[in-house]
Design a protein around this ligand. Sequence first.
Ligand SMILES: Nc1ncnc2c1ncn2[C@@H]1O[C@H](COP(=O)(O)OP(=O)(O)OP(=O)(O)O)[C@@H](O)[C@H]1O
Length: 286
Amino acid sequence: MIELKNVIKRYGSFALSCSLRLEEGRVTGLIGQNGAGKTTTFKTILGLVNPDSGEIRVFGRSRSQSGAEEREHIGAVLSDSGFGGHLTVKQAASILKSAYKSFREEEFFKRCAEYGLPADKKIREFSTGMKAKLKVLSALSHDSRLLILDEPTAGLDVVARDEILDMLRTYMETEGRGILISSHISGDLENLCDDVYMIHKGKLIFHEDTDVILSEYGLLKMEESAYANLDKDYILCARKENYGYCCLTKERQYYQENYPSVVVERCGLDQVQIMLTGGMGNEGII
Ligand SMILES: Nc1ncnc2c1ncn2[C@@H]1O[C@H](COP(=O)(O)OP(=O)(O)OP(=O)(O)O)[C@@H](O)[C@H]1O
């Protein structure tokens, strides 16, 4: 659905350098620290930012070949944009109607009511959560096959986040769809994504299936002497700690079986991100 090949975008000293793929039927996550380049990646895919070089294909077509037909099938949420605060939901619906031939007006209003968004209230009077729900419902309001969602759950309480994640799971029940999503809430991505890319200082440093991370990756904690004797073949990176070393491995079970003195823990996206962006030997992993 999306293919980025060697895409480069420079902003002063910052350079985005990105190659990634989103396959049909999959939800792919993009994680990274503040300023890592996630929004720039999304905007580049959406054609809102012109890359300096590289190739971008959406639905198999390059940016120069794509037009209104492709846009009709993309629903987007960007962290720094949305409807003007002076508009009401009704007025926002008119904009969506003129922007998308396939806008489903009746369903849109029904869903807004279900999610507690009054049709006649000005959007500036909405809470953060209400604005976030409106953005996601707008992205889902037309015949989109691809959702590009930049932090759609930012600032939401756990119940509101769960509602949005449920909307996205329901969306994916129809074949031929895909989602590219970013979030700083790793639990949301662990529950939703099939695979995850990690971006750091503009470079993609990691890509893995979420279930592989959760089932096979691990953190190893040990004293300095144990680290000296450790088989490092399956160590992705290591960090010096007060007690000795903390290592990230893709082969948790191997160390569990062969190094009884090493503490072996399961890990999630947060731990992988902390290790890969702060540990030793974190260059050139992808
Ligand atoms: N229009 C712009 N002009 C100049 N620099 C920009 C512009 N847009 C983004 N940048 C820079 O590009 C870098 C990446 O920003 P980006 O918004 O993509 O990060 P991000 O990963 O989405 O961060 P966050 O998690 O904080 O939203 C930052 O250094 C930012 O200052």
